[in-house]
Design a binder for this molecule. Structure first.
Ligand code: SF4
Ligand code: SF4
Length: 175
């Protein structure tokens, strides 16, 4: 019994030492630029850029392998910030500014299947098995993944509900 404990302890210490050495000498140096780019990205991991999350998108941007216009939720403002950080001068004239949209679940059609709940990258959907689901608008990036997942087509993307905190004066139309 004591021999087994001693050998397991020795094995644990040996493996721990090996992991420590590997972490010290085999660590891959990450460019500081990746971290700076990632700080600018929304961090919602929505995947609308085509990358699995904001981290891989930041790595691609820092390596010059992705355009500064890649992030739909960030829009033109983020593209300009990224361009300034990365020292590039992209043509943003074709970039359309889309009004923000969020998911809305039509309760009458919701089966409570949880497919949207499991798909949402920002945990913006609340619900449980066989219960009507709902969306936390503040956490929704409008990525549309839940729309694709819903078997009853009861989710739509639409303008966020107007509240006292998000209402702004409408832009005057040109005469
Ligand atoms: S659109 Fe749907 S999946 Fe995307 S963040 Fe909003 S609730 Fe989640
Ligand atoms: S995927 Fe559609 S039916 Fe299923 S829980 Fe979500 S909103 Fe309801």
């Amino acid at each position: 019994m004591i021999a087994a404990i001693l050998s397991l302890t020795a094995l644990g210490l040996g493996l721990g030492a090996l992991l420590g050495i590997a972490a010290r000498y085999l660590a891959v140096e990450e460019s500081p630029m990746v971290g700076q780019v990632e700080e600018l990205l929304p961090g919602s991991q929505c995947g609308q850029c085509g990358y699995p999350g904001c981290g891989p998108a930041a790595a691609a941007l820092a390596a010059g392998a992705a355009p500064v216009t890649l992030c739909p939720p960030g829009g033109r403002a983020l593209a300009q910030e990224l361009a300034s950080l990365l020292g590039v001068n992209p043509d943003l004239s074709d970039m359309t500014e889309e009004a923000p949209r969020v998911a809305h679940i039509h309760e009458r059609l919701c089966l409570g299947c949880t497919k949207c709940f499991k798909r949402c990258p920002t945990d913006a959907i609340i619900g449980a098995n066989d219960q009507v689901h709902a969306v936390f608008e503040d956490a929704c990036t409008g990525c549309g993944k839940c729309v694709d997942a819903c078997p009853t087509e009861c989710i739509e993307l639409r303008a966020p509900l107007l509240t006292l905190t998000n209402w702004v004066w409408p832009v005057p139309e040109a005469a």
